[in-house]
Design a protein. Structure first.
Length: 300
């Protein structure tokens, strides 16, 4: 069976070792006449078979590989426990949201490598239906900031109107009242600072942005995009860049599609993450602690 989705198997290279068979979640591969063959009807294209084959006999169609431009991760699999866990956790805990960027521009190959890091994330049914929109210069970040500021100017004006808040409480979900109580004052301060050019409290002076969307057909659109965002932020930390997720921008772009349309994002793409990228001004001496998690062990 050969369709666009299934792995291609090079019979010259395949030794029939069978290592690809048990790793396939769709039970698609079989060994016949001492060679691996596609015997099943389904393939989610996860690549387990490709990764398992010591002979490099399997390939998946339409894959771009992970050829980074600025780093050389190599392709050798690191099994569980292969890297120092203490060092790894310290790496995770050392990523900090950056709210004070230097003006230095982020080179385009670095931004593209962040996206390559992001797509190592898992995705529901391996659909990989995510979109990455890069804004590589401060001018572009400021233009987006201005449209997001325009959205919050309108929302703050509406929220300041007690009649509108009452109507939303009675006929809507009370979102406006909630926004008024929780955010309106800080947003007003941020808008004033934006308007005078004193401080960018939305994108924190970042020289670049990544917007992560989901494309039609994603089975778990939000989860996939947020996981990709998390991998992107950790990749950034590894390559010397700082990041911050900007929920305020996501909210504005979700509620007013014109903002995304203005930068060429199609209507069928859903916005899930806006992440600032740049070189942070801050340095830290140590990792910080977290609140104790709500943790339950079931069945003990
Ligand atoms: C979904 C999400 C939305 C966020 N939105 C904003 C935001 O709009 N502005 C901001 O400065 N930080 C934002 N943050 C950053 C959080 O405030 C930050 O992750 C948190 O304080 C923990 O700090 P750390 O990331 O340095 O560990 C957001 C984080 C997440 C996960």
């Amino acid at each position: 069976m050969t369709t666009n989705k299934f792995p291609r198997i090079d019979p010259e290279k395949c030794t029939g070792c069978g290592l690809c068979v048990p790793v396939c979640p769709d039970h698609t591969l079989v060994i016949r006449a001492e060679k691996a063959q596609v015997g099943g009807k389904r393939c989610m294209g996860c690549g387990h078979c490709v990764a398992a084959c010591p002979q490099k006999a399997l390939t998946l169609p339409r894959r771009c590989g992970l050829d980074f431009e600025t780093i050389s991760p190599g392709k050798k699999w690191l099994p569980p426990g292969a890297i120092d866990p203490g060092e790894f956790i310290r790496f995770l805990a050392s990523r900090r949201s950056c709210r004070n960027y230097r003006k230095k521009k982020v080179a385009a190959p670095l931004l593209r490598d962040l996206v390559r890091g992001a797509i190592t994330a898992p995705s529901g049914t391996n659909s990989q239906k995510w979109g990455f929109h890069l804004i590589p210069d401060r001018g572009g970040v400021e233009r987006l900031g201005e449209t997001v500021a325009g959205f919050y100017r309108r929302i703050n004006k509406m929220a300041a109107n007690p009649l509108l808040r009452l109507a939303d409480r009675v006929f809507g979900h009370g979102t406006l009242e909630n926004y008024y109580r929780r955010h309106a004052a800080t947003v007003a301060e941020a808008l004033a600072a934006w308007d005078t050019g004193d401080r960018d409290l939305l994108f924190h002076g970042a020289p670049a942005l990544v917007i992560i969307t989901s494309l039609p057909g994603a089975s778990c659109p939000a989860e996939d995009a947020i996981l990709a965002g998390s991998h992107l932020m950790l990749t950034a930390h590894a390559i010397g860049l700082s990041t911050c997720m900007i929920g305020f921008a996501v909210e504005a772009m979700k509620r007013q599609h014109g903002i995304a349309a203005g930068i060429g994002i199609k209507e069928e793409e859903k916005i899930h993450a806006v992440i600032t990228v740049g070189y942070g001004k801050e340095t830290y001496s140590r990792t910080c602690e977290r609140k104790p998690p709500a943790l339950r062990i079931i069945g003990v």
